[in-house]
Design a protein around this ligand. Structure first.
Ligand code: IFM
Length: 455
């Protein structure tokens, strides 16, 4: 399809007037200023400083220096015509593990940031935990230790009290799968453990912390809207064989339903519990009721479908992820599948009483370059964005109550164990100079949001 055909396929008027058009960011990936303002180390400072953990050997110590450049960054979002902005709070700026009282400098930073959003017409969407656990808590067992749940609740209490008059939309956790599994099963993320039972216990404790945080937020924030952001994948079979179809069901049970079933009060899926056997987490009385607390919305982070095959020797799911050659992929190797987003959102809406749905992340990584004319022509990302927004519209038509879309991400940033090798931004960041250049994709998004993409 040509660009003309693509851009004609969609317009702002296809969406409700109050649809949220946003971008997503997270603290560790953009803020930098690691030693400034009373911030203490997080598990990602420790992990990224450990040789061999991050592909380019980088850390988030400076990142996009957003801590100092946040006004310029919010200006970018405003100039794009957006009406919402998703950010996360660095817990390590709020509690240092020594003082009982929260750090006033940390609270003041987020207060200024939120005021900056409101002044620019950006509705603040705050994520409370986007993977940057304070290292002092990891030293006491991290999320495996239930004392971390108490520490989290205190942090949630303080931040929501402080910002709750101005921030109404709260996300308790971003992608608990990644916190638990990449952090503790495959070891790709901080703290870098490699144990399935540990990962499942972490996962459970994180979900309990979500459930217990919801009433705390509601008590502190009048008219609060509270939810969680899950990384979900449509699971597709590698072939039509019955064995691969069954592999899909097993894979889905842990990858998606483990979270969805528990959050919607159905407990962990029987199938997944049977597969993990003795590695299942310890569940205390009341935990599942806590996790199943009703929320106001579900955030879905969608990037690509997972294609799986039957693999009898793979514990615990007896599945393996495969990467068929015949698919369109980003430079990161992730399959480009807008239809996957339609299928996923329609499935979630059909099978769970989610109420409002938001695409809280969606985006693509390509190896961008600034051209001789100073422009960043990221045509592939622009086309990805267009096709996924068409998918959002189609999913709404199919019955999913999607009320907003947050592109990942406003800026290129620190992509975890890939360091700065992967660029996801609608805005290019030249790290040595910290110069920002809005890419072609960002200009197109802005034109759509302003109702001008068809001119
Ligand atoms: O950069 C991450 C983000 O922190 C969480 N969701 C996926 C993004 C791209 O990998």
């Amino acid at each position: 399809m040509t660009f003309n055909d693509l851009t004609k396929a969609i317009s702002r008027s296809d969406f409700a007037n109050d649809f949220l058009w946003g971008v997503s960011t997270s603290a560790y990936q953009i803020e930098g200023a690691a030693d400034i303002g009373g911030r203490v180390p997080s598990i990602w400072d420790t992990f990224s400083a450990t040789p061999g953990k991050v592909r380019d050997g980088s850390t988030g110590a400076v990142a996009c220096d957003h801590y100092h450049r946040w006004e310029e960054d919010l200006d970018l979002a405003q100039a794009m015509g957006l009406n919402s902005y998703r950010f996360s709070i660095a817990w390590t700026r709020i509690f240092n593990g020594v003082d009982e009282q929260p750090n006033p400098e940390g609270l003041a930073f987020y207060s200024r940031l939120v005021d900056g959003m409101l002044a620019r017409g950006l509705q603040p969407w705050c994520t409370l935990y986007h993977w940057d656990l304070p290292q002092y808590l990891q030293d006491q067992g991290g999320w495996e230790n239930r004392a971390t749940i108490d520490a989290y609740l205190r942090y949630v209490d303080v931040t929501t009290t402080h910002l709750g008059g101005r921030v109404k939309h709260w996300i308790t956790h971003n992608e608990p799968w990644c916190t638990a599994m990449h952090g503790n099963w495959d070891g790709m993320h901080a703290p870098g453990n490699k144990s399935l039972p540990l990962a499942l216990q972490v996962c459970h404790n994180v979900l309990v912390s979500h459930g217990l945080a919801v009433p705390v937020i509601r008590a502190n924030v009048a008219d609060a809207k509270v939810g969680i952001a899950l990384s979900l994948h449509p699971i597709k079979p590698a072939s039509d064989s019955a064995a691969d179809q069954e592999a899909v069901v097993r894979h889905d049970a842990l990858r998606n339903r483990w979270f969805l079933d528990a959050l919607y009060g159905r407990g962990y899926p029987e199938l997944a519990l049977r597969l993990v056997g003795e590695d299942a987490p310890m569940v205390l009385p009341g935990d599942m009721e806590a996790i199943g607390v009703p929320c106001d919305f579900l955030g879905v982070n969608y990037y690509f479908p997972e294609v799986v095959t039957n693999a009898p020797d793979q514990y615990p799911l007896r599945t393996a992820i495969v990467h068929p050659q015949d698919r369109q992929r980003t430079d990161f190797g992730w399959e480009v599948s807008p239809q996957g987003l339609v299928d996923l959102m329609a499935r979630v809406a059909r099978e769970y009483p989610t109420g409002d749905l938001y695409v809280t992340e969606n985006g693509s990584s390509y190896d961008d370059h600034v051209g001789a004319d100073g422009a960043v022509d990221d045509t592939a990302r622009r086309d990805y964005l267009i096709r996924h927004l068409v998918a959002v519209r189609d999913a709404i038509a199919a019955g999913a109550h999607i009320k907003g879309y947050f592109a990942w991400s406003l800026l290129d940033n620190f992509e975890w164990s890939e360091g700065y090798l992967r660029r996801f931004g609608l805005t290019y960041v030249d790290y040595p100079t910290q110069r920002r250049t809005v890419k072609q994709s960002g200009h197109w998004y802005s034109a759509l949001v302003r109702g001008q993409n068809q001119q």
